[in-house]
Design a binder for this molecule. Structure first.
Ligand code: C5P
Length: 188
């Protein structure tokens, strides 16, 4: 793997809707870093699984990830609660994690020359993907505060969604992300 020397690497981990993305984007803008919300990759894979259930295989996934673009990751459909829950299920699969892991390394260690470095946020970034990051953050907040944040965000595109539903799904995802065997969310 090609590793650029003398770059700034920032790693952020957090449970769902705690504000890691807001922090990551602000830091990246300020220090001119390439920013990657790694949750979006798992969300994109969840979207592929729901959209192409019959085609969904490791080979299919590898070919999609190889050509993954920022356009794919900014699809509006990825922010839905349904996709978030599915993402936390497929994120427990070791083979899927391996494919995503390799993709993330290029972003973290070999960002284009115009950037001073990289900033990644997710669940296993500080101890698994970029263990030698120059700065590491663990961002959290109580589950009600996070659910409220996510509810206000989701309400803009889905008028029917309720706070109760969002709270339930965030609790569900916390359970999946904290307790899974492979690369659980943890404070390093
Ligand atoms: O960050 P976000 O909530 O969009 O992530 C969606 C899901 O993707 C998480 O609930 C988690 O299960 C998974 N994920 C992960 N590892 C990461 C980032 C996200 O397992 N580094």
């Amino acid at each position: 793997m090609i590793k650029r020397k003398n770059i700034i690497k920032i790693a952020i981990d957090s449970p769902a809707a705690a504000g890691a993305g807001t922090l990551g984007k602000a830091l990246s803008k300020n220090y001119n870093l390439l920013y990657l919300d790694t949750g979006k990759i798992y969300r994109f894979i969840a979207y592929l699984k729901l959209k192409f259930p019959k085609k969904f295989s490791q080979k299919f996934l590898k070919s999609k990830i190889k050509f993954l673009s920022s356009r794919d990751l900014s699809k509006k459909v990825l922010i839905s609660d349904k996709i978030g829950i599915e993402a936390s299920i497929i994120a427990q699969n070791e083979n899927i994690r391996k494919i995503v892991h390799n993709f993330q390394l290029g972003f973290a260690y070999n960002p284009p020359k115009k950037f001073n470095g990289s900033c990644l946020d997710g669940r296993d970034i500080t101890y698994n993907i970029v263990p030698d990051a120059d700065f590491k953050f663990y961002i959290t907040a109580n589950v009600e505060t996070r659910a409220k944040r996510r509810f206000l965000e989701l309400k803009k595109s889905n008028k029917k969604i309720t706070y109760k539903e969002v709270l339930k799904s965030i609790k569900n995802r916390d359970k999946n992300d904290l307790n899974r065997k492979i690369s659980p969310l943890k404070r390093t």
